[in-house]
Structures are given as C-alpha cells and as structure tokens.
Design a protein around this ligand. Structure first.
Ligand code: FDA
Length: 322
C-alpha cells in the first residue's frame, strides 16, 4: 500500500523534484555528466559499467541512436582512460522490433568494443526477451566475440537450467552478472517471496561459480553479499589471489579474479567502499541520459518497492548512503 502511495505521489510531483531525488541514482543527462561522476568515484577505487538510459523503443531509428551513443561512450572510456565497460539493453538496439537488425546492431557494438578489449554486458529485461538475450550472447561467442555476457535473474525458475545450458555451450567463457531481477514476473515463472528470491539468487551465484563462470554479484543485500563472501572463501577465491578453479577461464582485462561485486550508483556506498578496501573488485553501474525522467518514472511503476527504498534512503539516510 505504502509503495503504491509513494508511486502515485511521485507521478504528481514537479519534474524538478523528481530530478532532485534521482540525482543520486542517475549521473545526469549527458555523457560529460557520467564522466564527471566516474572521475569522482575513481578515487574510491571503483570501476564502472555505463548505461545509456532509454525507454523501450518503437523504431529502428531510435536503435541507431543507441548504437551511436554507445560508440561515443566507448571512445570516451578510451580517451579518458576510465576503468569501465558497457551495459546495454538489447531491446534498445531493436531486438523486439526486428530480431535480425537488433542482433546486427549489438554485434556491431560488441565488435567495435572488442577492438579496444572492452567488455559489453547485455542487461536482462523482462521475460519476453530472456531466451533471445541469452541466444545473442551464444551467437556472438560462436562468431568469436567473447567480450560479451549477460545477466541472470535469481528470481526466475529457469536460471539454474540457463547456467547449465550456457556452460555446455561456451564453458569457461561464460560471464554473468547475477542479480535478484527487478521485474515483477508472474508466479508461473518466478519466485515471488523476498526470502525465496534471496535464496535462489544465492544458489545461482554458487552454481555459476561452481561451473567456472566469471560472476558479477549485483546486490546491495547484506545477506547476499555475506553469502557470496562465504562461498568465495570456501572456493579459496578472493582479492589478490589467482582464480584457483580448475574449470575457470583465463583472467580477462578489466576483470577481477573470477568475480566482482557490482552496485548501483547512489546505493549502499559504505558497503561498496568496505568491499573495495578489503581488495574486492567493485563496479558501479552508472546510468545517464536525456530520458532520465521517463526512466525513473517507469522503473517506479514497474516495481513500486523501489519507491519505498528511495524514501527510506532519504528519511533514514544512515541505512543507505551514496
Ligand atoms: P534489496 O532489494 O533487498 O535491497 C537491499 C537494500 O539495498 C535495500 O533495503 C535498500 O537499502 C538498498 N537498495 C536496493 N536497491 C535500491 C534502490 N534502487 N534505491 C535505493 N536503495 C536501494 N535487474 C534486472 O532485472 N536486470 C538487470 O540487468 C539488472 N542489472 C543490475 C545491475 C546492478 C549493478 C545492480 C546492483 C542491480 C541490477 N539489477 C538488475 C537490479 C536487481 O535485480 C535488483 O532489483 C536490485 O539490485 C535490488 O536488489 P538487491 O539485491 O540490492 O536487494
């Protein structure tokens, strides 16, 4: 109820107010804003993944905009010597409008990124594109482009099978971000209780590590982070250690020893800084773009619990510092 009330109130707030609230979570409207934020966070030992904000597109011209903008981002990373890679939304590249053209656009970016030895992460959107997104990664690997990986959502029933299938297809080249999943999916395909989602996310992290994959643990949830630290300890993985897993792939540029932690800009900064201090590689997800307003509102509507978390961050700042 409270979450829904917060969403309803936010929809009535003036744009400047929404901008003020979202400033903490969105780097700004332009690439220069994103570079400025990353330069500031560099001093905290963070590395980055950059996301150009956008709504689901309705024409392939818009897909071209995203391709061009990401190429600009890629050049900025190289020119500014940033420790960063790219996070893209496959639907923004046209995957739901024209599968072939969407694939062509993604391939073009991944190809150009590979020339700079840069990694491209395909964010995972809702269940309409789970299979296609994984397939894009497998197709690109089959073409020799291994600088690409996707996200798996702990809440989906299918995730353990996906880990098995991807391992069979590309073995140690598998590279995941594992998160709980932001989309509220139906009970027929997803776990819906907070506890189940946490348990299944933990299980997915363990399973992916067991399979030799590179794993980005994307969570601000203390029990998930602590669980991961225990598993890493069990597998004798950790900062300043070579990845001891016999089934793991070779160390890649810009990556940690088989794993890294990932967090959103503006969320749980003290926990991120503590992990960095302990030597773990920690990556901050940096969203920027003209569409910050539409993006913020849509995310709130899709998942009203975010509204509660944001309200908590402002009313009880000690629970969630940037
Ligand atoms: P949980 O929601 O329990 O949060 C734990 C605590 O963290 C909260 O109590 C609160 O204090 C704080 N918190 C978390 N999120 C917050 C927020 N937005 N604002 C303020 N406080 C917040 N999902 C997806 O479906 N596809 C994807 O590609 C990605 N990509 C992605 C990248 C990265 C780097 C991260 C960190 C997350 C994602 N996600 C995602 C989102 C993810 O699936 C999940 O919805 C959120 O991370 C929240 O889940 P937590 O594990 O953090 O736990």
């Amino acid at each position: 109820m409270l979450s829904k009330l917060i969403v309803a109130m936010t929809l009535r707030m003036p744009r400047w107010f929404v901008r003020w609230v979202s400033r903490r979570y969105v780097a700004g409207a332009t690439l220069d804003d994103a570079v400025r934020v990353m330069k500031r966070l560099e001093s905290e030992g963070a590395c980055f993944t950059i996301d150009v904000l956008g709504e689901e597109i309705s024409s392939l011209d818009e897909a071209q905009y995203f391709l061009d903008e990401y190429v600009r981002v890629m050049h900025a990373i190289v020119e500014q010597n940033l420790d960063a890679n790219l996070s893209i939304k496959p639907t923004a590249f046209g995957l739901l409008i024209d599968k072939e053209k969407g694939m062509e656009n993604i391939e073009s970016l991944v190809q150009q990124a590979s020339e700079h030895d840069m990694f491209v992460r395909l964010d995972m959107e809702d269940h309409r594109v789970t299979t296609e997104t994984i397939q894009v990664v497998l197709d690109l690997h089959a073409k020799g482009l291994t600088n690409v990986g996707t996200v798996l959502q702990g809440r989906l029933h299918r995730t353990p099978d996906d880990i098995d299938d991807v391992a069979k297809a590309i073995g140690p080249d598998a590279d995941y971000r594992i998160c709980k999943g932001i989309y509220l999916e139906p009970e027929s395909i997803a776990y819906t209780s907070k506890n189940d989602i946490r348990t299944k996310t933990n299980e997915a992290i363990r399973m992916a590590l067991e399979h030799g994959a590179y794993v980005g643990i994307a969570s601000h949830d203390i029990p998930v982070v602590n669980y991961t630290l225990d598993v890493l300890n069990e597998f004798k993985m950790g900062p300043n250690l070579e990845d001891p897993r016999e089934n793991a792939g070779a160390q890649r540029r810009g990556k940690g020893p088989g794993y890294e932690f990932q967090m959103l800009l503006g969320v749980r900064g003290p926990m991120r800084r503590k992990l960095t201090k302990q030597g773990h590689r920690t990556r901050v997800y940096i969203p920027y773009g003209e569409k910050w307003y539409e993006y913020s509102i849509r995310r709130l509507q899709e998942n009203p619990t975010i509204g509660l978390q944001i309200a908590k961050a402002f009313l009880m700042p000690w629970t969630n510092r940037p």
